[in-house]
Design a protein around this ligand. Structure first.
Ligand SMILES: [Zn+2]
Length: 141
C-alpha cells in the first residue's frame, strides 16, 4: 500500500483515536497540528495522507512524553510562558533544537509501533527550519 497517497478514512481515525487513548490523549481532526498540553489533546490535520498523519501523531505524542518525563518543561509549558520576555529569548535559542530532538525520538517510537509506515520527518530540512524560525520571529518579537 502506498501510505503517501492513502487518505485518512474513518477506520484510520478510529485506530488513531484508540492508539492515542493508550496515552490518555484525545485526538481532534482539524486543519493543523498542535499538541494542547494542558488539555491532553492532539490536533491533527485530517487532510494529510495516512503516513504523514501517523508521523504527525507520533511527533505530537512525543511532546507529551517529554512533558510527562519533565523534559524541556519551559518549552512544553508554552501556554504559561508565552508572553514572558525571558521565554522569547529562550525559545529563539532552544525552540528548533527541541523540535529536532522531539522529531528524532518520534521517529524512533513510530518505527517500533508502525515499522511498515515510513516516518515523515519534521524540522530536519533547511526549508522547514526556516519556516519554524519565521514563526518564532512573528510570534515572539
Ligand atoms: Zn513539535
Amino acid at each position: 500500500m502506498n501510505y503517501y497517497e492513502k487518505q485518512i478514512t474513518e477506520k484510520d481515525k478510529k485506530e488513531i483515536r484508540e492508539f492515542c487513548n493508550i496515552f490518555n490523549l484525545r485526538v481532534v481532526f482539524e486543519s493543523y497540528n498542535y499538541a494542547d498540553i494542558p488539555k491532553n489533546k492532539i490536533y491533527i490535520n485530517e487532510k494529510y495522507p495516512l503516513s504523514i498523519a501517523w508521523s504527525a501523531i507520533f511527533h505530537e505524542l512525543q511532546h507529551f512524553i517529554c512533558y510527562r518525563e519533565g523534559k524541556f518543561l519551559k518549552y512544553h509549558n508554552m501556554h504559561k510562558n508565552y508572553n514572558k520576555s525571558w521565554f522569547k529569548k529562550y525559545i529563539r535559542r532552544m525552540g528548533l533544537k527541541i523540535e529536532i530532538y522531539v522529531d528524532i525520538k518520534a521517529e524512533e517510537l513510530m518505527n517500533i509501533y508502525l515499522p511498515d509506515i515510513p516516518y515523515e520527518q519534521a524540522y530536519r530540512t533547511r526549508e522547514s527550519q526556516l519556516s519554524y524560525k519565521e514563526w518564532i520571529k512573528e510570534s515572539f518579537q
